[in-house]
Structures are given as C-alpha cells and as structure tokens.
Unconditional design. Sequence first.
Length: 325
Amino acid sequence: MKKTVLFIAAVALLAFTGTAMADINIKLAVVTKPGSAQNIVAAKFEELIAQRSGGNISVKVYHSASLGNETEILQQIQMNTIQMAVITGGPFDTFDPIVRVVSYPFLFKDYAQADAILDGPLGAEILKSLERSKIKGLCFSENGFRNLSNNKRPVNTPEDVKGLKIRVMSSTIHKSIWQALGANPTPMPWPIYTELEQGVIDGQENPLWVMEVYKFYEIQKYMTMTRHVYSCHIDVASLDWWNSLNPADQALIQKTIHDAAVFERQDNRSKNAARLAMLKEKGMQIVENPDIQAFRARVADLKNLDLYSDPQVKALLEKILDATR
C-alpha cells in the first residue's frame, strides 16, 4: 500500500513538473508580407525569444493577413485564439478610443520626440488602457511618418488634395484628417496594390518603406512628404493568455518584444534616405517641402471633434500636446 501511495505521488509530481516546464507556443499575427516593418519586429522577436528562453518559448509568425485583417486579428486576440500581434495604431479606434491620440496630425516633431513620449509614462497610459478591451499592450514599434502619394497631380498645398480619393485605414481619426484636408477618404483593408493600379482609388498615405516593399512606385506617380501622422505599431498580446503566464515568462516576453521593437525602429529609420533616393530613380515626382503650415492649419480644430470627447482621451491628448510643443 505504501509503495502504491509513493508511486501515485511520483506520477503526480511528474505531471506537475511537466505542466510547469511546458513549452509556450505563440501564434503571432501581422497583415503585411515578409520584409515589412511589422514582420521585422515579429521575426526579431521570434529569434530573440528562442535564444533567451533556451527554446522553451517558440513563435510562429502568421504574415500577409493569413489570419485576417487587423480588426479581425484584434478580435482573435481578445478571444485568445491568437496570442500576440503587431498592429497599426489606426484599427484600435473601435477597441479603445485612447489610441486616437497617437494618430493626431502633426503631433511629433521627429523620431526622438515620438520615442520619448511613447516609451514614457504617457505611452504606458495608452498601453494600460487597452486592458479594458482584453488586450495587453506591450510596447510600441513603428510604421513611420506617413506621406501622401497619388496618381493625379503633385500636391504642394491642401488645395491640391481636394477631391482626391485616398485610401485610409478603418480609423475615425484618419478619415477625419483627410476630410478636413478636402480629400475623399476611403477606408479599405490591406493590401491595396490592385485598387491603386485599377484607379479604384487615386492614392494612399503611408511611410516610405511601404512605397518600397509594395512597389507603389510602379503605379503612383506623385508623392508628397507631408509627414502628417507618426504611425505607430502597437505590439500586443491576449490579456487572458498573458494572465495565464508566470511572472518570469511575462518579464522575458515583455523585455524581448521591446528589444525587437527598438531594433525595428532603428532599422526602419536607417533606410529612409536610400528609399527616397530609390523612389526618385524609379521616376516618382516627389514634393519634399510642401506648405506644411497650411496643412497644419486645416487640421488644427480636430481636437474639438467628438472622437476626442471622452474625458480620458481628451486629458491624455492635452498632456501629449503640451509635452510636444
């Protein structure tokens, strides 16, 4: 009898140990293809976490929208059918309006200012707020400063934007920006090459890496360096999944995804000069110094829109506006 009890205890201990030492398998989703900004973060995280965990944490990256568009991915994050994702800031609109503050037009002067805000207490407030939607905000990586391209005419002033059919993300603030500038903003999921090629839309607005990786120089004749929005990516996890992890694994994942994000930001910025030169070589007509003050004036009243009326959102926007003046 005593031997039987000891055997059962040993089996129970082995079962417990196996559970405690079980590998962690992470499904990480992005909508863009390999070589894109989101994928650079995901691939670096996959590489670093395998090294740092001794192989106990593995990541499978699902790219090219194979698990859905960004809104659908966030819904799956909420349900814990996907554990992690790298998502553009805009689609968070319908999940937590606080993210709209990052997409406020002409908010950040440069990359250093964006890093200081988003890696600091104000950025942490945004990430923490996402927990209300069952999303764990981990850190910010980057898409970059967004620029306008189109196939109709050069754009030097807001008057040149009037009537252009511009693809935007499914985002209230991005739609509002282009309405204020006189365009016809058209929400559309990614990718959009065919729609641009066929003239369904006149143009789009994205950072330089998008123009390169998605070869928009083949189908877009004009680009204007508006830098109208600093577009972040938010690296997130399922809150339910996150809360199931032990503190040591949480700390390791948190540190590693942040390191991957910093790597991606530096990588993205280091390539922009070469990207601009390449786009010129490909024949794009680029307006490098548009009338930014005129653009700013057209969107100056956006902070008074209903989309910033939530007290928490309004308070945070004022804090960030003060911090970036």
